[in-house]
Design a protein around this ligand. Structure first.
Ligand SMILES: C[S@@+](CC[C@H](N)C(=O)[O-])C[C@H]1O[C@@H](n2cnc3c(N)ncnc32)[C@H](O)[C@@H]1O
Length: 194
């Protein structure tokens, strides 16, 4: 489904980075692991700040576009095609992990997130933005399956070895390509590993 979505020349979520990421990028430490990076808009933005970024995604079509986007701007990013249901990030390796609109079933999150937390060095940062369960009734983007939508309490519980810096559910305009198109309910989460 994702390879199909990314097959068009157009970028499904645009080439501009996610605005929550832009607002908070200064707190990120490299190297950065970007979960479900897609077509590269966020990895390329972080690379433009001088950060070393590894974008992981299940779609080889998306990551090929990510590499092209980086090259078109004279930037380098690392990419890895992997299914997050089985992916094992190396321990104690990353300065930050980001996850933007990376909606996974709860059983996948349950396996992956402890590994994500373990992959951070002490003091490493987590930055997530995702649609909440309230988004299921809107037609402005995101999956409809409530199991793939996230909330504040889930996120805080899923990273028990991190200190929460920001954890809020808000409504905001998300305009990112033709699939994220207006007022949306999102959860925003920033935390630091102890
Ligand atoms: C809504 S897109 C967001 C892409 C990117 N984070 C962005 O903000 O532009 C969701 C991404 O999750 C990826 N994805 C979904 N399930 C996955 C899985 N099990 N393993 C790896 N990637 C997955 C898709 O390939 C897709 O690129």
């Amino acid at each position: 489904m994702w390879n199909q979505r990314y097959a068009a020349d157009e970028f499904a979520y645009g080439t501009e980075p996610n605005s929550f990421l832009v607002q908070n990028a200064k707190i990120l430490i490299g190297p950065v692991l970007s979960l479900a990076e897609g077509e590269g808009r966020n990895a390329v933005f972080l690379a433009s700040l001088g950060l070393d970024v590894l974008g992981v995604d299940g779609s080889e079509v998306g990551l090929a576009k990510a590499q092209k986007l980086a090259a078109s701007r004279g930037l380098a990013i690392r990419t890895e095609v992997a299914d997050l249901a089985t992916y094992e990030p190396p321990p104690n390796c990353f300065g930050s992990v980001i996850s933007i609109s990376a909606h996974l079933p709860s059983d996948v999150r349950k396996r992956l997130y402890p590994l994500v937390e373990r992959s951070l060095k002490p003091g490493g940062m987590i930055l997530f933005e995702a649609y909440t369960k309230a988004q299921a009734t809107r037609n402005t983007g995101g999956p409809k399956d409530p199991d793939m939508l996230m909330d504040r309490v889930d996120l805080e519980n899923e990273f028990p070895n991190c200190e929460t810096i920001l954890c809020q559910e808000i409504e905001r305009e998300v305009i990112e390509g033709k699939f994220h198109t207006g007022l949306a309910s999102v959860v925003q989460f920033i935390a630091r590993k102890h």
